[in-house]
Structures are given as C-alpha cells and as structure tokens.
Design a protein around this ligand. Structure first.
Ligand code: AMP
Length: 299
C-alpha cells in the first residue's frame, strides 16, 4: 500500500484491502462501495456522492474486467488514466481506491461460472454473450473482498443493475444495492467513459439517442403500441446519426419480460454502434400514466 495524496489511499492487493476493511476492526463504521472500470466522469462521481451521504467510508474500485469483454470487443481500447482517476476520486472524497491488476483478480481460472438467468438473455445479454457472467463473477469477487454495507450502481446500466439486484436477492448477499440516476451531458448524451472514443461528428450525432428515447416515451404516454415506438426510436437514430442500431427494446423493469397489462414500470432501452464504440441508454416509465420514472438526474 502507498499513499498517493494526503487523503485517498490507493490499494492494489486483495490481502491489503481485506485487512484494512476487516469488520472486527472497522467496528460499527459502514462501508459504501462504488465499483467502476475507471476513466472517471460525473456519473461515477454521482455514485460517490450518494455513497458519502450514506456511509462512513467510501471504497471505489477501478478494474477493467476482461471477463466481461467478448472477443473483438473494446477491452484493449477501453480508456484508462490512472493518475487522473486517482485525482478525481480524491477530490470527490473517496477514502480507499482499490486498483488491482488482472493477475491479482484472476491469478488462475478454476473454471467456475455464474450463469445469470432470463434477465441476462435480453438487451445487451443478447448481443454480448457471456457479458453478464463476467460481470457477476467480478461483482461477487469484489463484494467478498470489500464486504460493503451498501453498493452503488448507475441506472445507465439498467440491465446490469436489475441482474445484480436479482443476484443479491437469490444468493442472500449481505450488501444493499442502491440505484443511482443517470447523469447526462448538456445535450442529453448519457455520460460514459466510452464517449471519448467517438469521433467529433459521432459525438454530436450521439445526442440523438436520448432525443429518440424521449420521443419514444412521449409516444408511450400518448398510448402508442410498443412496436410503433421501437420503430420510431430506431428511425430517429438512424436518420440523425451514422450509428447502427444494435437493439431498441421495450420491456418490463426490472424483470425484463415482454410488456403485459400487469406491468408497473417499463424500460425503453437501446444500444447503438458507432465506428469504434457502442453506446447504451434507457428511459424508465410508469405504465400508470406513461410518465417517466425518475432514473435520470435531469428530471
Ligand atoms: P463503468 O465504469 O462504466 O463500468 O460504470 C461504473 C458504474 O458507474 C456503473 O454502476 C454504472 O452504471 C455507473 N455509471 C456509468 N455512467 C453513468 C452515468 N452517466 N450516470 C450514472 N451512473 C453511471
């Protein structure tokens, strides 16, 4: 362990972090945990803000998890900037920053897999086979290492959050999952580490994703059927950007089932591929009156 600044503590080994966060030693202090892949932005820092409000100690992890990237995906080109991340995390008030290497997290692969069920077959799970197996693997490892009282996840990755909530419930994990609203750029684009891999023109066009979702939600409030909404959202993105639609879907939330009359909340979600990066976004709406369920910091 070494101290990079007077405030934040940067830890790179599991053993050291576990020693630090040992429950007998930390007594009644609570730990809020913010897992990330780094290249921090205001979305991540909003998770930290929520964690600070509710806990005595805030632990953030930065780990670009190879297990959740498929062949040909952007593991190599995923943006990384360790020094900037340490500075931003420190400024945001993170107490402990855990930055393990791949070897530290995966010294050997015993072959055990966690297979999430039906929620993982939809949306990103359909276009990224095995992605959520890799997410749950690293999340379980991190939960066991950090042993947090509360763990903070963004609604930007709404499917990931829904699957993790199910995982925690099904396996009686002791952390409480806290949902944090989406933070957006001024033009509506959801903040993402991957936005930096857009070309300047793609960056401008990418604002059409959220605009399309807003149009979709207005159609939903006006009583339009899901097929018409999905078509309009796709058409809008295609005609206003060079992005290719990976999916536009309309499902219940958090169950991710086809929408039926009993559903209370629905998610309109999409993934759009640009030349070297793939972006996701979503809006969650109430079926009662079609209004937004606030999963968005702007609302
Ligand atoms: P990532 O580093 O992209 O894996 O994200 C780490 C955590 O930050 C996840 O829980 C994400 O859902 C959350 N997150 C990422 N972008 C945003 C955003 N724009 N608003 C809110 N949370 C976000």
């Amino acid at each position: 362990m070494y101290v990079d600044s007077p405030d934040i503590e940067v830890i790179e080994t599991i053993q050291e972090l576990q020693k630090k966060l040992n429950r007998n030693e930390r007594k009644n202090t609570t730990v809020g945990f913010v897992p990330t892949m780094g290249y921090l932005h205001e979305g991540h820092l909003s998770l930290v803000k929520h964690a600070k409000e509710q806990n005595d100690i805030v632990v953030m992890s930065i780990f670009v998890n190879p297990a959740q990237f498929g062949p040909g995906e952007d593991f190599e080109s995923y943006p990384r900037d360790r020094e900037r991340d340490i500075r931003l995390a420190n400024e945001a008030g993170v107490d402990i920053l855990f930055i393990p290497t791949v070897d530290e997290m995966y010294p050997a692969d015993g072959g055990v897999r966690i297979l999430p069920a039906k929620q993982a077959h939809e949306l990103c799970g359909a276009s990224r086979p095995g992605h959520f197996d890799g997410v749950l693997k690293v999340v379980l490892k991190l939960f066991n290492i950090v042993d947090p009282d509360r763990s903070y996840f963004g609604m930007k990755d709404a499917q990931q959050l829904a699957i993790i909530e199910t995982f925690v419930r099904d396996f009686n994990l002791r952390t409480v999952i806290v949902r944090v609203p989406i933070v957006r750029e001024e033009d509506g684009l959801a903040k993402s580490s991957r936005n930096v891999n857009l070309t300047p023109s793609e960056r401008t066009e990418a604002a059409s994703i959220y605009r399309a979702l807003q149009i979709g939600s207005e159609m939903f409030a006006a009583g339009e059927i899901p097929e018409a909404i999905k078509q309009r959202v796709s058409d809008f993105i295609v005609s206003n950007s060079s992005g290719m639609i990976d999916y536009v879907e309309f499902l219940t939330y958090p169950g991710l089932d086809p929408v039926t009359d009993g559903a209370q909340e629905v998610i309109l979600a999409c993934a759009v591929k640009f030349s070297s990066t793939r972006l996701i976004d979503n809006i969650i709406m109430s079926t009662k009156d079609g209004t937004y369920v606030p999963n968005d910091d702007e609302q």
